[in-house]
Design a protein. Structure first.
Length: 286
């Protein structure tokens, strides 16, 4: 087959999914960007291009506070999730010799229930008279129920870290599976102990999975609005909740679109920074 025929064949194969992606992803995104330059007065939308929405978004302190809180919560969730996922992925890759498929299957068990149900379950666990407080009081560790684990940012972090744990475990596990075990044997023969071998060989080679897990967890958690709404309370609300309010209750879709665009740009810059940092320290997201 000639090179031209191969190119045409490849174009035929990629054409339908590319067209589907353009219609289902690029077109709505372009509409959101366009909406951000319009204004709305109740049901009437003024299509005159303006930067008023961006001026309001940057001038009102509430939007800056919510965006900053969203970024901080997402970063904490990402760091927590990746740190907890790394040992599990390491155990599956290096310690489990048989039935790895079964272990991976067990990791996906949380996906068997709806996301909304899992959030409600955490609300029951972390509640004032919930499972956690009742258990701690029952064994005498605390005298009064803990109040800092529900209806605040702490509850949002705990719930999101649990929800996104499988998404962090799997890419790290895949990266570790690609590590050539002979490199570890060579490092051991050269006198490296377990700790030195981990930091010089295992961790650098696992960095692509770590970076992938970081980006996979970070980007969606910034835009989560269900978890903050159910377990976050006033102190746990995020920018996505304000976007929902603007598009829904406030009937101001252009301002909601503006907040969404600003959030997307900020998160994209953070993700690019994480990617570049990962490449610098030995990881490359493939």
């Amino acid at each position: 087959m000639s090179r031209g025929a191969e190119a045409r064949h490849g174009l035929i194969l990629i054409g339908p999914p590319l067209l589907y992606a353009l219609i289902m992803l690029a077109a709505p995104l372009a509409m959101i960007v366009t909406f951000s330059f319009w204004t709305q007065d109740y049901l009437d939308i003024d299509t005159t291009l303006t930067l008023d929405n961006y001026r309001e978004a940057f001038s009102q302190p509430i939007y800056r506070v919510l965006l900053l809180r969203s970024i901080v919560i997402s970063l904490v969730v990402t760091v927590t999730t990746v740190i907890l996922a790394f040992p599990m992925a390491y155990f599956l890759s290096f310690k489990v010799k048989r039935r790895k498929t079964l272990w991976l299957f067990l990791i996906t068990i949380p996906f068997w229930t709806s996301y909304l149900l899992r959030v409600f379950l955490w609300k029951v666990i972390l509640g004032y008279n919930g499972v956690l407080n009742s258990a701690l009081q029952g064994v005498g560790i605390i005298d009064e129920p803990l109040t800092f684990i529900l209806y605040n940012a702490n509850a949002v972090v705990i719930t999101l870290a649990h929800a996104w744990a499988p998404f962090a475990i799997l890419p790290i596990f895949v990266a570790m599976e690609k590590i050539d075990r002979s490199l570890l044997e060579a490092a051991e023969d050269l006198g490296d102990g377990p700790v030195r071998r981990f930091f010089r060989v295992t961790l650098p080679l696992a960095m692509p999975g770590v970076m992938a897990a970081t980006i996979i967890v970070l980007i969606p958690t910034v835009g989560d609005f269900i978890t903050p709404k159910l377990v976050g309370g006033t102190d746990g609300l995020m920018i996505a909740n304000m976007i929902q309010v603007q598009i829904g209750r406030a009937n101001n879709a252009p301002l909601g679109a503006t907040l969404a665009i600003i959030s997307m740009v900020v998160v994209s810059l953070i993700a690019v920074g994480i990617y570049l940092a990962g490449r610098k320290f030995g990881g490359r997201v493939e």
